[in-house]
Design a protein around this ligand. Structure first.
Ligand code: ISE
Length: 346
């Protein structure tokens, strides 16, 4: 059965997903598109034979649409579309962040629990990146002993004036907030955000750049993360897990390197997330489509969306309170539908 997918939101990420669904995902068809920019929706509709919808709710309600992708900006609009999809019983993939508040994530969780079945997958694509997946396999197998420390960097080439200090956490560090506790297989205990005095000349008045984040897990693994979104050099993602008997380091995928007559050996740095994590995004969506065709979802859940948001809230509180250490407290009643071993209802 071909899955008819409708995409709400055709900005940078939405447009990338349009091409992915239309050209690279098996078993899926781009059936509907919707964006405030009508001409953009019409362009994609014409290119790929999809239907244009006037608004997200109509797209969700349409009998021509089996499953929905919510890729809207501003992210405030995620919540209403995701909840509506749950209410009409359709599977919905939502880009990160699931919502901008922990309370919003909780509302989505409540709606899903009420229906008795997982319908939501959150776009934490790094869990599908071959590099992170291999690291997780090695850590889970305890190949190099106990992890002690993680050093990570999350760098972007540059951002525009709409990107402010808060976004370094909720837009950018949220990826590490999700992937690092998944990698280690445990929850966080606390976090801090430090704003160094010295900033890059490439930032603007509303953005403090770079920022330094720390996270400590329940077992005591200490993580340091540099978030630097005007690095001028590329989309530079690094992650090094220091274990008792070895150091596991994430590589940047690259098929060639060049040795030059200037005594340099050069490898390419990706320009943005769609280049660096192309395989991860493709894997993530193919996995989602395969799952939905079997009437289930097993990827990152609304609960994972909530965990990330609670973590981001603690980091933001620390930032606003001179880098004080803030506890990361998850609600203790994790609903059974989010337990890994629970079989999805038919
Ligand atoms: C963007 O939304 C992403 O998800 C990218 O991975 C991240 O690097 C960037 O900072 C965000 O704005």
């Amino acid at each position: 059965m071909t899955l008819n997918i409708g995409i709400i939101g055709l900005g940078f990420m939405g447009s990338d997903h349009v091409k992915r669904v239309a050209q690279r995902i098996n078993g899926a068809k781009l059936a509907g598109v919707c964006d405030l920019k009508k001409d953009l929706a019409e362009k994609y509709a014409k290119e790929y034979g999809a239907k244009v919808f006037d608004n997200g709710i109509d797209l969700i309600d349409s009998p021509d649409i089996d499953a929905i992708m919510v890729v809207t900006r501003p992210h405030e609009t995620h919540e209403q579309f995701v909840i509506h999809a749950i209410e009409v019983g359709k599977f919905v993939f939502c880009e990160k962040p699931l919502t901008l508040t922990a309370a919003g994530c909780q509302k989505i969780i409540d709606a899903e629990v009420k229906g008795g079945k997982r319908l939501v997958q959150v776009g934490f694509m790094r869990r599908y990146d071959p590099g992170y997946m291999e690291m997780k396999k090695e850590i889970d197998a305890n190949e190099y002993g106990e992890p002690l420390l993680i050093h990570a960097t999350h760098r972007n080439v540059s951002v525009d004036e709409t990107y402010d200090t808060s976004m370094s956490i909720i837009e950018t560090a949220i990826h590490e907030a999700d992937v690092l506790h998944w990698l280690l297989g445990e929850d966080y205990e606390s976090g801090t955000t430090f704003l160094p005095k010295k900033q890059t000349k490439y930032t603007h008045s509303k953005l403090h750049d770079p920022q330094i984040i720390t996270l400590d897990t329940k077992s005591g693994v200490h993580i340091d993360l540099e978030v630097f979104v005007n690095d001028q050099i590329g989309y530079d993602i690094n992650c090094e897990v220091v274990c008792e008997d070895g150091i596991v380091r994430l590589g940047t995928p690259s098929v060639t390197s060049v040795k030059t007559n200037t005594l340099k050996n050069q490898t390419k740095i990706p320009v943005d997330c769609t280049e660096r994590f192309k395989t991860a995004y493709d894997n993530e969506l193919q996995h989602w489509v395969n799952d939905v065709q079997q009437n289930k979802v097993t990827g990152p859940s609304s609960w994972d969306g909530l965990v990330a948001m609670v973590t981001c809230d603690a980091l933001a509180k620390s930032r606003d309170n001179n880098a004080e250490r803030v506890a990361i407290k998850l609600p203790d009643n994790k609903p059974a539908i989010y337990e890994d071993k629970v079989t999805q209802n038919a």
